[in-house]
Design a protein around this ligand. Structure first.
Ligand code: GLN
Length: 192
């Protein structure tokens, strides 16, 4: 399995490490040409959504990435990646890929609680580590969006068909549950 990891900014190397641990291949996506190589899934890492959104636009990557997602390629967005995928961001005028029916709230935990660690159940199963860094949360979900995890009543992980998002950073912890879940989505889409 080959996963394209958007590598313009942010925590992409950590995603690559998790993918390698699970036996998947990772290719770095730094320019529009990189999107032409074969890949089975996409990861949009954490970082700064405004910067990443602008770079995607300036490098002519926004449309081709959106097309891949809309044609069904599995995509996993963490933190800023979640904001790139959100159809609505309640406290930002910008929209980026806007392919997923969620309303996100940016920098949603306030200054003091900007970064924190907790453990919660994921997808009704295992309790997993969750590292939040100036994270958004999901305020509203549209039709067809499955809620996969909540922290203090706030939605922090969700899936809509081929799109998976987490407000936290699973790539920063040793636990590979979320990456394994995503790779299962990818292998299901290859076998479908
Ligand atoms: N606060 C960042 C933003 O709004 C996201 C932070 C992150 O990805 N860790 O884009």
């Amino acid at each position: 399995m080959i996963i394209g990891v958007l590598s313009l900014q942010g925590a992409f190397a950590e995603h690559e490490a998790r993918l390698h641990e699970l036996g998947a291949e990772a290719v770095q996506l730094r320019c529009a040409e990189d999107l032409q190589q074969p890949m089975d899934g996409l990861i949009l890492p954490g970082g700064e959504s405004t910067t990443m959104g602008k770079l995607l636009q300036d490098l002519n990557m926004l449309e081709p990435v959106r097309e891949k997602i809309q044609s069904g390629m599995p995509v996993f967005g963490t933190c800023a990646g979640l904001l790139l995928l959100a159809e609505e961001i309640e406290n930002d005028t910008r929209r980026h890929l806007a392919t997923m029916s969620i309303t996100a709230s940016r920098n949603a935990y306030g200054r003091q609680l900007g970064s924190f660690y907790t453990e919660q159940r994921f997808a009704g199963g295992k309790t997993i580590p969750m590292t939040f860094i100036r994270a958004p949360y999901i305020r509203d979900v549209g039709e067809g969006v499955e809620i996969l995890a909540e922290v203090d009543g706030k939605v922090v992980a969700a899936r809509q068909d081929n799109q998976l998002v987490t407000a936290f950073h699973p790539e920063l912890n040793a636990d590979t549950t979320i990456h394994a879940y995503f790779l299962q989505m990818v292998s299901d889409s290859i076998c479908a």
